[in-house]
Design a protein around this ligand. Structure first.
Ligand code: SF4
Length: 119
Protein backbone atom coordinates (compact mmCIF):
# COMPACT_ATOMS: atom_id res chain seq x y z
CA UNK A 1 0.00 0.00 0.00
CA UNK A 2 1.29 3.44 -0.86
CA UNK A 3 0.48 6.29 1.44
CA UNK A 4 -0.53 9.73 0.19
CA UNK A 5 2.68 11.31 -0.94
CA UNK A 6 4.86 8.22 -0.99
CA UNK A 7 6.58 7.96 -4.36
CA UNK A 8 6.74 4.65 -6.17
CA UNK A 9 10.54 4.61 -6.14
CA UNK A 10 10.63 4.99 -2.35
CA UNK A 11 8.44 1.95 -1.92
CA UNK A 12 10.65 0.05 -4.35
CA UNK A 13 13.97 0.83 -2.60
CA UNK A 14 12.71 -0.02 0.87
CA UNK A 15 11.35 -3.53 0.35
CA UNK A 16 11.95 -4.58 3.93
CA UNK A 17 9.53 -2.01 5.24
CA UNK A 18 6.54 -3.58 6.82
CA UNK A 19 3.29 -2.74 5.11
CA UNK A 20 0.95 -1.32 7.74
CA UNK A 21 -2.15 -3.29 8.46
CA UNK A 22 -5.49 -1.65 7.81
CA UNK A 23 -5.81 -0.83 11.53
CA UNK A 24 -2.31 0.58 11.71
CA UNK A 25 -2.69 2.69 8.60
CA UNK A 26 -6.26 3.51 9.53
CA UNK A 27 -8.41 5.82 7.50
CA UNK A 28 -6.11 8.76 8.15
CA UNK A 29 -4.49 8.79 4.73
CA UNK A 30 -7.81 9.27 2.99
CA UNK A 31 -7.96 12.72 4.61
CA UNK A 32 -4.41 13.74 3.73
CA UNK A 33 -4.06 17.07 1.97
CA UNK A 34 -0.88 16.00 0.15
CA UNK A 35 -1.23 14.07 -3.05
CA UNK A 36 0.80 11.35 -4.72
CA UNK A 37 1.92 13.79 -7.41
CA UNK A 38 3.43 16.02 -4.70
CA UNK A 39 6.09 13.45 -3.80
CA UNK A 40 8.77 15.76 -5.16
CA UNK A 41 7.92 18.23 -2.42
CA UNK A 42 8.17 15.67 0.37
CA UNK A 43 11.14 13.56 -0.78
CA UNK A 44 14.61 14.76 -1.69
CA UNK A 45 15.92 14.26 -5.18
CA UNK A 46 19.46 12.92 -5.32
CA UNK A 47 22.24 15.44 -4.74
CA UNK A 48 19.89 18.19 -3.59
CA UNK A 49 21.80 21.28 -2.42
CA UNK A 50 21.28 22.14 1.24
CA UNK A 51 19.53 25.46 0.59
CA UNK A 52 17.12 23.81 -1.84
CA UNK A 53 16.46 20.98 0.64
CA UNK A 54 15.70 23.40 3.47
CA UNK A 55 13.34 25.42 1.26
CA UNK A 56 11.59 22.28 0.01
CA UNK A 57 11.21 20.87 3.52
CA UNK A 58 9.74 24.14 4.78
CA UNK A 59 7.25 24.13 1.89
CA UNK A 60 6.31 20.52 2.69
CA UNK A 61 5.87 21.42 6.36
CA UNK A 62 3.50 24.23 5.36
CA UNK A 63 1.35 21.64 3.58
CA UNK A 64 1.47 19.41 6.67
CA UNK A 65 0.52 22.31 8.94
CA UNK A 66 -2.91 22.53 7.31
CA UNK A 67 -3.44 18.77 7.18
CA UNK A 68 -6.20 17.37 9.42
CA UNK A 69 -4.35 14.08 9.91
CA UNK A 70 -0.91 15.44 10.77
CA UNK A 71 -0.70 13.66 14.13
CA UNK A 72 -1.76 10.32 12.68
CA UNK A 73 0.67 10.69 9.80
CA UNK A 74 3.53 11.60 12.16
CA UNK A 75 2.87 8.59 14.40
CA UNK A 76 2.73 6.32 11.37
CA UNK A 77 6.12 7.62 10.21
CA UNK A 78 7.60 7.20 13.70
CA UNK A 79 6.23 3.70 14.21
CA UNK A 80 7.25 2.25 10.82
CA UNK A 81 9.72 4.03 10.90
CA UNK A 82 9.68 5.85 7.58
CA UNK A 83 13.34 6.55 6.79
CA UNK A 84 12.89 9.24 4.16
CA UNK A 85 10.90 12.35 3.48
CA UNK A 86 8.69 14.76 5.39
CA UNK A 87 5.84 13.04 7.20
CA UNK A 88 3.53 14.67 9.69
CA UNK A 89 5.46 17.93 9.52
CA UNK A 90 8.78 16.33 10.51
CA UNK A 91 11.84 15.61 8.41
CA UNK A 92 13.61 12.27 8.69
CA UNK A 93 16.29 13.87 10.88
CA UNK A 94 13.66 15.39 13.18
CA UNK A 95 11.93 12.02 13.47
CA UNK A 96 15.23 10.41 14.49
CA UNK A 97 15.51 12.98 17.30
CA UNK A 98 11.95 12.23 18.48
CA UNK A 99 12.64 8.48 18.41
CA UNK A 100 15.89 8.92 20.34
CA UNK A 101 14.04 10.96 22.99
CA UNK A 102 11.36 8.28 23.24
CA UNK A 103 13.99 5.56 23.64
CA UNK A 104 15.70 7.55 26.43
CA UNK A 105 12.37 8.18 28.13
CA UNK A 106 11.42 4.50 27.91
CA UNK A 107 14.82 3.44 29.28
CA UNK A 108 14.44 5.88 32.14
CA UNK A 109 10.97 4.57 32.93
CA UNK A 110 12.29 1.00 32.95
CA UNK A 111 15.14 1.99 35.29
CA UNK A 112 12.68 3.74 37.60
CA UNK A 113 10.36 0.74 37.62
CA UNK A 114 13.28 -1.61 38.41
CA UNK A 115 14.29 0.29 41.56
CA UNK A 116 12.71 -1.42 44.60
CA UNK A 117 10.58 0.77 46.80
CA UNK A 118 12.25 1.94 50.00
CA UNK A 119 10.85 0.82 53.28
S1 SF4 B 1 0.77 15.45 7.55
FE1 SF4 B 1 1.84 16.08 5.69
S2 SF4 B 1 2.76 14.22 4.85
FE2 SF4 B 1 1.22 13.60 6.33
S3 SF4 B 1 -0.63 13.23 5.15
FE3 SF4 B 1 -0.73 15.35 5.88
S4 SF4 B 1 0.19 16.60 4.28
FE4 SF4 B 1 0.75 14.47 3.86
Amino acid sequence: MLLPHQPLQTAAVVPSQRVPSREEAGPWHSEAVCRRDEAGLFFAPSKEPTAARLAREEAAKRVCARCPVMIECREHALLQPEPYGVWGGLTAAERRVVLARRRRRDAELQRTAAVPAAG
